[in-house]
Design a protein around this ligand. Structure first.
Ligand code: CTP
Ligand code: MG
Length: 224
């Protein structure tokens, strides 16, 4: 089964506040988009990369990816207003032979190629939906609208999940068709459609760049 990666890069990056969509922010001399695309394409099993870019920045995306020189493996399509709509746009661009689909956030620009390989391996081993996750270090409390704590969750049972998230194509397509409503990750849609999701060990480098402080952390990670 061939493996495609849908790389969602169509967000506005409002919390980063860099004055440009986040995928085009520079980190160590490359855009976040180039870092993420390079890691995906460095995974030998990935034969198709669908980059989902802001509709206003399709040419910029092509320009950012030019150093990669993998034109035959890469398609660039326009995203939507919400992340879920951007993933759906990526799904529409899949090729006939794409049987396993990974969805990855360009904002997790330093997720290593090996993490893509581990997710693919877990899907091939029989898990139809796979997410990388890391233990949570903070104590997580549930609160109501007034800020009153309603529960303290058992941290040992919690995982902070990352991308790339991997799926059998039909499972992801079914989840999006079943409920394309707002969701912060694709595994959440699979869960809402009644599917089972498996967590595998994540990677600190797959940390999401959301705020300016995260960009500082990413610069440090680059030097490791
Ligand atoms: N994303 C997308 N299309 C959207 C919204 C988000 O492709 N309409 C992508 C982002 O480009 C990012 C990933 O989804 O790679 C995770 O989203 P997030 O970290 O929230 O990025 P932004 O939406 O760009 O940031 P913000 O919410 O601060 O504006
Ligand atoms: Mg967002």
């Amino acid at each position: 089964m061939s493996v495609a990666v849908i790389l969602v890069a169509a967000g506005r990056g409002e919390r980063l506040g860099a004055g440009a969509p986040k995928a085009f922010v520079m980190l160590g001399g490359q855009t976040l988009l180039e870092h993420a695309a390079r890691a995906a394409l460095d995974c030998p099993e990935v034969t198709h990369l669908v980059v989902v870019a802001p509709s206003s920045h399709l040419d910029d995306a092509a320009h950012a990816l030019r150093p990669l020189d993998h034109a035959d493996r890469v398609d660039i399509v326009a995203g939507g207003d919400e992340r879920t709509a951007s993933v759906a746009a990526g799904l529409r661009a899949l090729r006939h032979e794409d049987g396993i689909v990974l969805v990855h956030d360009a904002a997790r620009a330093l997720a290593p190629s090996e993490l893509f390989g581990s997710v693919i391996h877990a899907v091939r081993s029989g898990h139809p939906a796979v997410v990388p996750g890391v233990p949570v270090v903070d104590t997580i409390k549930e609160v109501d609208g007034s800020g009153r704590v309603t529960a303290t969750l058992d941290r040992s049972r919690l995982r902070a999940v990352q991308t790339p998230q991997g799926f059998l194509r039909e499972v992801l397509e079914h989840a999006h068709a079943h409920d394309g409503g707002p969701a912060t990750d694709d595994a959440g849609l699979v869960e809402r459609a009644g599917g089972h999701v498996r967590v595998i060990e994540g990677d600190v480098r797959a940390h999401k760049i959301t705020t300016p402080a995260d960009l500082v952390v990413a610069e440090q990670l680059l030097e490791c």
